[in-house]
Design a protein around this ligand. Structure first.
Ligand code: AVI
Length: 310
């Protein structure tokens, strides 16, 4: 176990979060290889409607979204996720270009390969950047641009950060570009609760993986099993919070610093914002974006927003 202070920027962030009140950890800690595999399992859970609802929208309205970009257009995806989503737009276009931005080289390589299989006509460019730290993408090809940010990942940003991020996407696409964002609106609390606290306990494991990741990556001595998964719904702030609740009082020493937990004290690990269509449009307006098309699935559970610069 390292005793000489936090060894890298992520470790410094972790220590600061655990020594603040209330305690928190950054959600990016979920996503080591094990956490990414757990997230893939979440997207297939019966309770986690988001991925299926969005797939239905993209499948049905792919041609209309593609028409907003046009032949020869450039689709830019920060944090390239499932290539199925981008393919459902690009396969309707001639000579499209896909630009994936991701810090994980493996994700970029896999995404590029899968996309080429799905859309033979596509030109793929992979840019290894941490898109959360701002992005400057030099040498983008000519053509109209669409920034594509599906999956309700925007909901994992706090409101001000979401506005700032959308403003960056607006700049990236330029005056005649399009910004397409998937957002999950507030709905029946029982449906939301089940989506983030599934019967099989996969989301609980995903949440605990933030701690397991710390153990694996830094060799910290702590027991993830001594934390319970808890979600809190906050209707006023339109969000679900994920927490890890300490089972009993416990003390850790992290990089030479003591971290103490009272019984039932929590670590806030993630917020998932659920903005309604109007709330999300208001937020996008603050980022200088106006709605051009809005698509929902048949049951109205999920929304794909298309915006243009104001
Ligand atoms: C990645 N993100 C959109 C997921 C969400 O629904 O906010 C992360 C997640 N957290 C718990 N379940 C899934």
């Amino acid at each position: 176990v390292a005793q000489d202070g936090p060894p890298d920027p992520l470790a410094r962030e972790v220590l600061a979060g655990l020594r603040s009140q209330p305690k928190s950890l950054p959600p990016k800690l979920f996503y080591d290889a094990a956490g990414s595999a757990l997230f893939d399992r979440i997207t297939e859970l019966p309770e986690y409607y988001l991925t299926r609802a969005e797939a239905e929208i993209l499948d049905r309205h792919g041609p209309e979204l593609a028409a907003l970009l046009g032949d020869g257009g450039v689709l830019i995806e920060p944090g390239c996720g499932s290539s199925v989503k981008a393919a459902s737009i690009l396969r309707h276009l001639a000579r499209p270009t896909y630009v994936g931005l991701d810090i994980e080289i493996d994700a970029l390589t896999r995404g590029a390969r899968e996309l080429r299989e799905r859309v033979p006509d596509v030109t793929v460019r992979s840019v290894p950047v941490d898109y959360t730290a701002g992005f400057d993408v030099p040498g983008l090809p000519e053509g109209r641009r669409m920034a594509f940010f599906p999956g309700s990942t925007i909901g994992n940003f706090d409101r001000d950060d979401a506005v700032a991020f959308l403003a960056r996407l607006r700049e990236l696409v330029g005056a005649d570009g399009v910004v397409v964002v998937g957002a999950d609106p507030w709905k029946d609390p029982a449906v939301l609760r089940a989506a983030y606290d599934d019967a099989a306990g996969v989301t609980a494991e995903f949440n605990r993986n933030a701690l397991r990741h710390l153990v694996r990556r830094y060799g910290l001595v702590l027991d993830p099993e001594r934390f319970a998964h808890e979600i809190r719904l906050d209707a006023d702030r339109r969000r679900i919070e994920m927490h890890l609740v300490s089972i009993g009082a416990q003390s850790w020493t992290i990089w030479g610093h003591p971290v103490r937990f009272e019984d039932r004290e929590t670590i806030h690990t993630e917020s998932c914002h659920k903005w309604t269509i109007d709330e999300f449009r208001a937020l996008a307006a603050e980022a200088g974006l106006r709605p051009v098309r809005t698509f929902t699935d048949r049951e109205g559970r999920f929304v794909e927003h298309a915006f243009a610069p104001l």
